[in-house]
Write a protein that binds this ligand. Structure first.
Ligand code: CMC
Length: 377
């Protein structure tokens, strides 16, 4: 009997030097550095550099990446036109997926799979995706595009392009932390998708477009959006008990809880929860905090299933003022750094990813009356 590992659970499919998830110690390392230390000390730009290159940048290397990012933020007219063609009701994940596809189709170097060219494309996506996400939220609100400001860093500028106001430093800081925590997480579904596509030697843009599709689902990145829908449904902390009774009786999954790898809590949650706490204080959002704490305590005590990163990040993005539908595209903006690092790692020691399956369909059968005509073949 073949031992089938549904969902590839527990299967180690390759080596990676990009990040290490250790569920026993609840730790996550990017290129050897604990993610909490990176979130406390680094700008997201430096973490992107680390993921791609294996080392934190020197001052000059960081300055070069920062200068590149600041000078490539503006959306080209064909990207804006492509976004404008999409209905306002289109899910923002569909919009960012389409915009990345158009960017790839317009890049004459798209099919150059050398590391040098792929690194250039990774930097380009890093610089452009925030403008796509920010513009899409604005157009859905009936607002015009806000041009980027090259005197602002990645996080401040992202918030500036979305809201047209310079953000408070508490907000920009929490946003920077969320980007770093979302940047990379080994062979999760979207990263694995990117690696499968890269393994065929298709171009980097195709791999990123596929990864965006995988991230969209509520069992993966779509959970940060889904957490907020749950909060809206519950309303206030006093409704948590009866709401959970009903949700669990109908076998609903509670979004933002559980993880395939971590079974005793997600290593990233305490850092994001601390960032959320600063936002709760900044926006005086005690009611939301109470709902957050009550749902967590009640669900954990009933099921022993702990929050994942999407649980604190959903409410954090809500407090910052993002539309709920924009939450998963924010995850895209962050995770594109990890995806592209993995695409380059896959290319560096490639083997086509092509697993086997065990056939369990009907036995061989034949078309009635069919007589092979050997003369015709
Ligand atoms: N709510 C209710 N029950 C749950 C949940 C949950 N969030 N998560 C797991 N369970 C139960 C599940 O119903 C099953 O119970 P039983 O054995 O009685 O059928 C058991 O726990 C095992 O769950 P599973 O879904 O088979 O396990 P998995 O390792 O495939 O699950 C997961 C991982 C993330 C798909 C799942 O926990 C889940 O659906 N969580 C909600 C969605 C979510 O928050 N996703 C974000 C994941 S982490 C960050 C990211 O990728 O963005």
């Amino acid at each position: 009997m073949t031992d089938i590992k549904k969902g590839l659970a527990g299967v180690v499919v390759d080596y990676t030097a990009i990040s290490k998830v250790n569920p026993d110690t609840n730790s996550l390392l990017y290129r050897g550095y604990p993610v909490q230390e990176l979130a406390a000390t680094q700008p997201f730009e430096a973490v992107a550099y680390l993921l791609w290159n294996g080392e934190l940048p020197t001052d000059e290397q960081l300055a070069e990446l920062v200068a590149y990012e600041r000078s490539h933020r503006t959306l080209d007219p064909e990207i804006i036109a492509a976004i404008d063609l999409l209905p306002l009701e289109a899910h923002p994940m569909d919009v960012v997926r389409t915009a990345v596809s158009v960017l790839g189709a317009s890049d004459p170097a798209a099919y150059d799979n050398s590391r040098e060219s792929d690194l250039e494309k990774s930097r380009l996506l890093f610089a452009k995706i925030p403008a796509m996400v920010a513009y899409d939220q604005r157009r859905r609100r009936g607002q015009g595009i806000v041009e980027p400001r090259d005197d602002l860093d990645y996080s401040h500028n992202f918030l500036w392009m979305t809201f047209g106001e310079e953000p408070d430093s508490v907000v920009a800081r929490a946003f920077n932390v969320s980007m770093i925590l979302y940047a990379e997480h080994s062979f999760n579904a979207s990263t694995f998708t990117a690696r499968v596509i890269a393994s065929t030697t298709a171009d980097l843009y195709s791999a990123v477009v596929g990864a965006i599709g995988a991230l969209k689902g509520p069992l993966h990145g779509g959970a940060n959006e889904a957490v907020m829908h749950i909060f809206d449904e519950i309303g206030t902390a006093s409704n948590v008990g009866p709401w959970l009774d009903e949700a669990l009786a109908s076998k609903r999954k509670i979004m933002g809880f559980g993880h395939r790898v971590y079974k005793h809590g997600d290593s990233r949650v305490p850092t994001m929860k601390a960032a959320l706490d600063t936002l709760v204080e900044h926006y005086d959002a005690q009611e939301l905090a109470e709902l957050y704490d009550t749902l967590e305590a009640d669900f954990v005590s009933r099921k022993g299933i702990y929050p994942n990163l999407d649980y604190p990040s959903g409410p954090a993005y809500h407090l910052m003022g993002f539309d709920t539908l924009t939450f998963t595209p924010l995850f895209v903006a962050a995770r594109v750094t990890g995806w592209t690092a993995h695409i380059m790692e896959q290319a560096a020691s490639n083997a086509l990813i092509r697993p086997l399956s065990e056939y369990n369909g009907v036995d061989e059968r034949h078309i009635e009356g069919y007589v092979p005509d050997f003369a015709a073949t």
